[in-house]
Design a protein around this ligand. Sequence first.
Ligand code: SF4
Length: 462
Amino acid sequence: MGDSLVAKAAESSCHGGQETMRAAARAAGKSELLERLAKDYPQGPHDQPQSMCPAFGSLRVGLRMRRVATILSGSACCVYGLTFTSHFYGARRSVGYVPFDSETLVTGQLYEDIVKAVRQTARPDDYDAVVIINLCVPTASGVPLDLLPKEIDGVRIIGIDVPGFGVPTHAEAKDVLAGAMLKYARAEAERGAVARPRGALAEGKKISLIGELFPADPPGIAALLAPMGLALAPGLPAREWRDLYGALDCTAAAAVHPFYTATIREFAAAGRPIVGSAPVGVDGTADWLEAVGRAADMPAAAVDAAKAKALPAIQAVLDSSRLSARMVVSGYEGSELLVARLLMEAGAQIPYVGTALPRTPWSEADCDWLEARGTHVQYRASLEQDVNAMREVKPDLALGTTPLVQAAKEQSIPAVYFTNMVSARPLFGAAGAGALPAIVAAQTAGRERFSRMVAFFGDATC
Ligand code: SF4
């Protein structure tokens, strides 16, 4: 690539110069990568991350795995932000970093430095895999992670490009790494025997859940499946390399979070059927149990037994926690449609749901369910669309991202952060039916007090 393009790319960031980055990446031989990313993660009305750096999603997936080292290759300011965020979220793990300057970038020395770092890190006593993540500038500069050795002393080497100008959200960046690892593990499993997942393995047919879930949710979903005679396989993103083999060994995969396009592609390539939506509320749980039963080829009586056990319990919880709030829901986690379904079954009116994630077949049933009840579902929603919807709806409570919550508070609309609320609570089955409506009820109860406080302070500023 021409030195001037490299220099321009090095000066660009997510706050400007995305087209320069893309042009540089194409000139550096990354056209195929950009096309794949555009296909897997199609962009919508906004192509600019309006949340944290997308690469955080990949970094988080790597840092959460046992015996996996994660190394970043990117501008120092990006790496500072990413390591800060990862430790803010309690990573308690080291993040590797290969620094560069314009000379090492232009001469190709950066790639040699990455090779050296990977070789030094790939210690089989410590690691099953080393992940190296190209951020924006090294991707735009064509640093060829695909040329890295695939394995060093038995340690797998996974190189991925996660540029902000190709991967729109941190949620989809989780899929970039989860999908790359599953692809690698699938190839290993196809070549011969692989390590057995740790702990007792469930017998019989198993379902693998796709998505980063609240810790109480997988056991809750296992309880929903048990009357059908199904158990859980390890889920994705995995917590350990050998769990990838266990996940691939499932009977069907459930795309509980619907945006894991690369991961789903690997399950499909392994011949595993994919089930969309998730067990939220009564309708969602009934439909999901039926879909899982079909995918796993279970007898109708087994599906009926699972429904008979789960649905009355969920209905009872919903009946005891009725809501009358009018709400808007938006976020970038990918579970926004599921959350809205559950809250609407609990009695909330939700005219608008915005998600930063794209439309995929795996959220189609949720979108249909919401639209049939008059909800406008906005995929790839921008902050501006979310704020405009909130102004129009004038909700009792806004559930959204940090900037939406800020805009809501300026209008004295009670608001809670989607991420904090949803990821810190169960969402599925009877546990979810109890947890989410409870927090909505508590937050809307404070509206009158909130209005008094805003009226008291008026336009005063500090
Ligand atoms: S790596 Fe992340 S923080 Fe850095 S320029 Fe790209 S999107 Fe922005």
